[in-house]
Design a protein around this ligand. Structure first.
Ligand code: ZN
Length: 437
């Protein structure tokens, strides 16, 4: 066996890439260098988190736990006592990331572009923050690296407002990947035991251009071109890895074609459970006589007396309300006649742990073809989808070079990473090593 002190692991993650899409692309001759690599390893299915969202999924990967422990249930959350909406950051992740644990054990890491790592925390090694990263000054560690990236105009993620300008958006997605490639090749020279490169551009590409995966679409060449660029980036990186480096690849959720958008706050208003005032931002607009409100994606909260500001709903009233809302949701049909909702899951069942008190009371999973919104302006229950692709719970993949893997969930990848390093998993890790004996 290779000595523990020399073990190294490289992880490459592709946000929102379904295993089926990647396999089909490789079979069709896309990314030939990646194809050769792919055939040297084993693939398995990976279940995403509840909700299946990048911030939740990558916090689960970073910490080896679920949201009931790390406390990240979305990109935004609310403060129930004030009903203020807040954007989450690395400070909200309530369990140390694996790179912090390794740093404490004297082992440096390089981590590039993993979501919800801004502002960067003190660590051993180098970290470049992923989305959302409002400024580069606190977007990389060490500070010299942050200054260098800021001066070079390093692009974390394209401006989503470019979605209406496809050519500009596609060019920015390429630039975002090229910037990752440059910084990854540079940081490969630093000391590390785990090197993680995350590619976010695939998630953006799928949200705005998912239909372009099919030949004949006007943006098909650009869609394929971005995959080719990512394939070249991975192949180049892998060529430069030290010998005997363990190599893992994964995605964090699947994707489906969208047809409809369903506004859960419009649903709650139709059910006479939500009343919204004119002024304020997000949940601050919920009037105290309301019984429920929603945040994206698919998070419903009761206006619990003693929890939400001014709320009147008692604990005794909640079970009957939960049954009624669950049944109404599961009965919803899209304007084209399909079921709109795949499943409604009670938060108390989905989340246990020290931060479960922050969790949604219901997690709503849409049927394929439906994206869940939570508007505040009295919009329609259904409208045609604004984006081409949406997240799915199933469909993500995990792959390891020279290994056979079992199907699993996101925290299992952290346990797998730990096992490759020959380290004993911390008690808070909830996953299992996916490598089949
Ligand atoms: Zn996404």
């Amino acid at each position: 066996m290779f000595p523990d002190r020399l073990r190294k692991v490289c992880v490459i993650s592709l946000d929102g890439v379904p295993g089926t899409l990647l396999r089909a692309a490789l079979a069709d001759g896309w990314m030939p260098a990646l194809r050769a690599l792919w055939d040297e390893g084993g693939e398995a299915r990976l279940r995403s988190t509840l909700p299946p969202l990048s911030s939740v999924a990558w916090a689960s990967y970073a910490t080896g736990t679920d949201a009931g422990h790390h406390g990240v249930y979305g990109f935004v959350d609310r403060v129930p006592e004030t009903m203020r909406q807040r954007v989450l950051s690395s400070r909200d992740v309530a369990v140390p990331a694996w790179w912090a644990r390794l740093g404490q054990a004297g082992r440096p890491c390089v981590v590039i572009n993993v979501p919800l790592t801004w502002p960067v925390q003190e660590m051993r090694g180098a970290l470049v923050a992923g989305f959302p990263a409002p400024d580069m000054a606190r977007g990389a560690h060490p500070p010299e690296l942050a200054a260098r990236l800021a001066a070079a105009g390093y692009l974390v993620d394209p401006d989503p407002r470019l979605a209406g300008q496809p050519v500009a958006m596609l060019a920015e997605l390429r630039r975002a990947v090229e910037d990752k490639r440059r910084v990854a090749l540079e940081l490969l020279e630093e000391p590390w035991v785990v090197f993680h490169l995350h590619i976010m551009a695939t998630d953006r590409l799928h949200h705005f251009f998912f239909q372009a995966r099919t030949p004949g679409n006007p943006h098909h060449e650009a869609f394929r071109g971005l995959y080719e660029l990512i394939g070249e980036t991975i192949a180049e990186l892998v060529t430069h890895l030290p010998r005997h480096t363990e190599l893992l690849m994964l995605s964090d959720h699947g994707f489906c074609d969208l047809r409809w958008e369903l506004d859960l706050n419009a649903f709650l208003a139709d059910e006479e459970l939500l009343y919204v005032r004119e002024q304020g931002m997000g949940p601050a607009r919920v009037m105290p006589e309301s019984h429920a409100y929603a945040l994206t994606p698919g998070r419903i909260y009761w206006m619990r007396r003693g929890r939400e500001l001014g709320a009147r709903l008692t604990e005794a009233e909640i079970p009957a309300l939960a049954d009624r809302v669950g049944q109404s949701l599961e009965g919803l049909r899209t304007p084209s006649g399909q079921h709109a909702i795949a499943e409604v899951i009670a938060g108390a069942r989905a989340y246990q742990g020290p931060t479960a008190s922050l969790s949604p009371d219901l997690v709503v999973l849409p049927a394929d073809g439906v994206e869940l919104a939570a508007g505040w302006d009295g919009g329609a229950l259904f409208r045609p989808a604004q984006r081409q692709g949406g997240h799915t719970l199933e469909g993500a993949f995990v792959w390891a070079r020279g290994r056979r893997l079992r199907d699993g969930a996101i925290p299992d990848v952290t346990a797998t990473l730990w096992a490759r390093l020959g380290m004993e998993a911390p008690p808070v890790f909830s996953g299992k090593d996916l490598v089949a004996p």
